[in-house]
Design a protein around this ligand. Structure first.
Ligand SMILES: Nc1ncnc2c1ncn2[C@@H]1O[C@H](COP(=O)(O)OP(=O)(O)O)[C@@H](O)[C@H]1O
Ligand SMILES: [Mg+2]
Length: 250
């Protein structure tokens, strides 16, 4: 038996054809993500982090090995997986509630239930009062909140986050890091966060996966055994951060 929200990557590899030559971007990725876990992945630009998330979200089934969600091989996109990107990717001609509701459109959920789910998730990310605002009327942080609400509106088992806070100023980023923790606790969702901010990874994650490039492989998986809420100013926090930075440089 597997519990909802578990993800098993078994010998996952991905090779692209570039100008007729094979380019192996991911190789031998073995990783199990536990239900309800907050896992962070760090690694140099180009080491295949976004490619890995694309495979998990089901946008590309031409890969080696197996990706199992609750024991079933992923063959395409599904409602049990939500995703948030670095850019909010909201439709500029749709309001916040319309953008958040996008994911519910193709589902058989009754209209009243959809409206309730949209309101609930807008409230969850702290955007109540902005339901009918358009993306251009939102700050960068608010737009990312809306994108997170859209990613969660189907109550996915796992939320994939591809550097979701990377484009925000440091104050907004710190604030949204706390919001992600609150949402994770409240929604009981498995979180898979790609970030190039080591401090962010240590602040948020249960475990940090360090990847290495060309081809993208897992170099090390480090547990973060610090009680939450974590204090960035403590020596224990600095020590974990330093270990990861050393791994990245190795
Ligand atoms: N569709 C594609 N075709 C060919 N190469 C690709 C494609 N997508 C990504 N790549 C290559 O795969 C590597 C990993 O990219 P990516 O997953 O975006 O890395 P990261 O997110 O870690 O920065 C890069 O070298 C990139 O150029
Ligand atoms: Mg990327």
């Amino acid at each position: 038996m597997t519990t909802p929200g578990s993800l098993d990557l078994r010998a996952v590899g991905k090779t692209y054809a570039v100008d007729g030559h094979p380019l192996t971007v991911l190789q031998d990725i073995d990783l199990r993500i536990e239900p309800g876990e907050f896992l962070a992945i760090v690694g140099a630009s180009g080491c295949g982090k976004s490619t890995l998330l694309r495979l998990i979200i089901g946008l590309d089934d031409g890969y080696d090995g197996d990706i199992l969600l609750d024991g079933h091989r992923i063959t395409g996109p599904g409602l049990e997986r939500g995703i948030v990107f670095q850019e909010h990717r909201l439709f500029p001609w749709l309001t916040v509630e319309e953008n958040v509701g996008i994911g519910l459109e193709a589902t058989a959920v009754p209209a009243a239930e959809k409206r309730r789910a949209i309101r609930e998730h807008i409230a969850l990310v702290g955007l109540s009062g902005f339901e009918t605002a358009y993306p251009y009327q939102l700050s960068g942080g608010m737009a990312q909140r809306a994108a997170i609400a859209r990613g969660l509106v189907n109550r996915p088992e796992i939320l994939l986050l591809d550097e979701p806070l990377g484009a925000l100023d440091s104050l907004t980023r710190a604030h949204l890091q706390d919001e992600l923790l609150r949402i994770w606790t409240q929604e009981n969702v498995t979180m898979l966060l790609v970030t190039h901010d080591v401090e962010e990874a240590v602040y948020l994650a249960d475990r940090v996966v360090v990847m290495e490039p060309r081809p993208g492989r897992i170099r090390r998986v480090l547990p973060v055994d610090l009680p939450r809420p974590r204090n960035r100013a403590t020596p224990a926090f600095a020590a974990v951060k330093e270990t990861i930075i050393q791994e990245l440089r190795r």
